[in-house]
Ligand binder design. Structure first.
Ligand code: ADP
Ligand code: F6P
Length: 326
């Protein structure tokens, strides 16, 4: 196995709070272990267009508390083509980069997996996404901060919902995964969560109306995960207007504010641990794995496993929400 001397680091796909803490950890841990580090700007785009700069320890000073990513992020169509990846490889060779750490979601890790297969380059992924939809890790970088942002917003919506005795549908992000909606609903004391995982199983609106709202509540908050499968918050508001015209309905779509803000302590800590673990993994000869955390321990998850499997929703969470929303 060839010795690794120089690594590249990039952030790709949707940004997530805690990505900067991860960049800092990867950079500092690499330098601590005698490696040279290059920061690659704008995700795979910068790898293709050669926006690559050497990083010293000071390049990552004062960023642990910042949301977003100092490396910027992008979505890059060229990298999905063989020609684009060939160009990316040329640029890596030019700078002597012999391993890559990719911080991003499902799509970004798919890109890393393909590059690693084609060019025999060790790639390590860090799960950076607010969606928490990567298999093999209990949590992803950015998820906890996004949950707390949802909590702050829903607490405020509750004031007006209660005063006006209204039914609010609050749409949260998640790209076809219901973790933010379900755990957000539990944490905010919402009455229900409508999530894509169950959209073919039951009529979640019917269930909610019959379960609690109709009987005892004059105001209510339902978190709806964005997804084509759920149809989003607007879809449910329209349904209520048609099927239950007695309720006064409003919709709030939280949107991209869920992606911003200072990372929570939890996200900073997991980003730091995962960043250090990524360098450790490379030095141990690991390749093409995502760093995960399971039961508070670092684990290595092969890309194929992390990307291909749908992360299951724990039914216990569904029961907790149902029991507490009577
Ligand atoms: P996320 O990482 O947040 O899931 P995307 O799905 O948008 O975000 O993916 C980010 C980038 O990863 C894409 O713009 C592309 O450059 C790269 N990528 C995604 N899928 C592939 C693929 N099948 N092959 C090569 N690169 C990919
Ligand atoms: O994957 C993170 C995420 O914020 C999803 O929750 C959402 O569906 C998507 O990215 C939105 O992406 P964009 O940056 O294109 O608005």
């Amino acid at each position: 196995m060839a010795k690794i001397n120089t690594i590249g680091i990039l952030t790709s796909g949707g940004d997530a709070p805690g990505m900067n803490a991860a960049i800092r950890a990867v950079t500092r841990s690499a330098i601590y272990n005698g490696l040279k580090v290059f920061g690659i700007y704008r995700g795979y785009k910068g790898l293709v267009t050669d926006e690559i700069q050497e990083f010293k320890s000071q390049n990552v000073s004062n960023i642990i508390q910042m949301g977003g990513t100092i490396l910027k992020t992008a979505r890059c169509k060229e990298f999905k083509t063989a020609e684009g990846r060939a160009q990316a490889y040329e640029n890596m060779k030019k700078h002597g980069i012999d391993a890559l750490v990719v911080i991003g979601g499902d799509g970004s890790l798919t890109g890393a997996r393909i590059l690693a297969q084609e060019y025999d380059i060790p790639c390590i992924g860090l799960p950076g996404t607010i969606d928490n939809d990567l298999y093999g890790t209990d949590t992803t970088i950015g998820y906890d901060t996004a949950l707390n942002t949802i909590l702050d917003a829903v607490d405020k919506i509750r004031d007006t919902a209660t005063s006006h005795e209204r039914l609010f549908f609050v749409e949260v992000m998640g790209r076809d995964a219901g973790f933010l909606a379900l755990n957000g609903a539990i944490a905010a004391g919402a009455e229900a969560a409508i999530i894509p995982e169950f959209s073919t199983e039951v009529d979640q609106l019917e269930q909610f109306i019959n379960h609690g709202f109709k009987k005892s509540k004059s105001s209510s908050i339902v978190l709806v995960a964005e997804s084509e499968l759920t149809g989003g918050a607007m879809h449910y508001a329209e349904r209520v207007k048609n099927e239950y015209p007695q309720y006064d309905v409003r919709v709030t779509i939280l949107g991209h504010l869920q992606r911003g803000g200072r990372p929570t302590a939890h996200d900073r800590i997991i980003a730091s641990r995962m960043g250090v673990a990524s360098i450790q993994a490379l030095l141990e000869g690991q390749r093409n794995v995502m760093i995960g955390i399971e039961n508070d321990k670092i684990v290595y998850v092969p890309f194929a496993k992390a990307i291909k499997n749908d992360k299951p929703i724990d039914r216990e969470l569904v029961n907790v929400l149902a029991e507490l929303s009577i």
